[in-house]
Write a protein that binds this ligand. Sequence first.
Ligand code: MG
Length: 389
Amino acid sequence: MRSKFLPVSLAALAAASPSVFADGAFYGDPPDAIHPWTIHDMNRAQPARVEPGSFSTQEQPGKPPSDAIILFDGSPASVEKWAADKNPLEPTKWIVKDGTLQCVPGAGYTKTREEFGDCQLHLEWSAPAKPEGSSQGRGNSGVFLMGQVEVQVLDNFNNPTYADGFAGSVYGINPPMANPLVAPGQWQIYDIIFRRPVFKDGKEIESGYLTVFLNGVLVQDHTALEGGGGHMGRSKSHPFPEKGPLKLQDHGNPVRYRNIWYRPLPKRASEGGDTSTMSPEATAAKRKQIATSIRDAAAKQQGKEQLLHFMESLTYEADPATITKVTDLATAWHASFKDLAPDKLADKKGDVLQVNKAVQYLVRFKMLPDSFVLNAPLKKLITDLGWDK
Ligand code: MG
């Protein structure tokens, strides 16, 4: 049975009715000083399509999403992506065995030849099945984002240590909120969201952050970075470069890794990114850009479509020349039917209601004055002909 309340998206409506003016215009609350888009804005870019991957099991690593950049999947090509930390010209001395990348104690850290900044990082690690050592000496390694901030890798399955050095800690900064490890020898899964600190003119304007899921359990919730974090020393806030390598720590234990991939993240508002809120300057620039693009499209159109698009551009930018243009176009459009007898107007109903919706929106939000040339006449026409019923 079809539901009476079948949800129909605006995009689907637009696709189904190509003659209908861009749905979504003159609908939600307009842009303001820090929001360049209207609510439900169809001028906002559609999200990029990503084919999702699959989840890992102990037996089998999952498949990365379609846009992931593979750093290690066991293949010879992915091994080439790793170098010795101290001498990047040297290949890593870590060994590849059964599709895993394994730390060789004494070989030193390994790092990616590729450098990257803010990211969603996925990796899986496994501490030796036979526990040896205790506290920080058992199954210790580490994931160093940009080579600086360590998300601790440690076998804490049954191994107390200081809380800010647990598996899932931002080492030396914040303990994990829980200990969801499985037994050593099994695969532990990290999903990490990393944001580096943003500096402007030598001043930190936004902290760096780490969010970490360990085996699907949230252990770091947007934890603010205090500098890089580290052993013994309390680190201080400092500028990060744009990019850095991912490093895996040699802490003397043969910890294994598999299924390492990342997805670069878009810039935040503080770096000029297109996000939900933006700086007043960036918002004004974005609004101008959207308005210009709508006006450029409108210039190639005619009649009611052209009028509506120029009107829509006023949602984003109060451009005096456009207000004049809209007034002229509105006057000409109105002149095409205003002297017709009421019985000749039936086929104009849809257009009139559509333009009136735009006029009422722009007047309501003070983007056009009450005295706008179509405001009173359209309202009167609609009431006179009972089109408001
Ligand atoms: Mg470590």
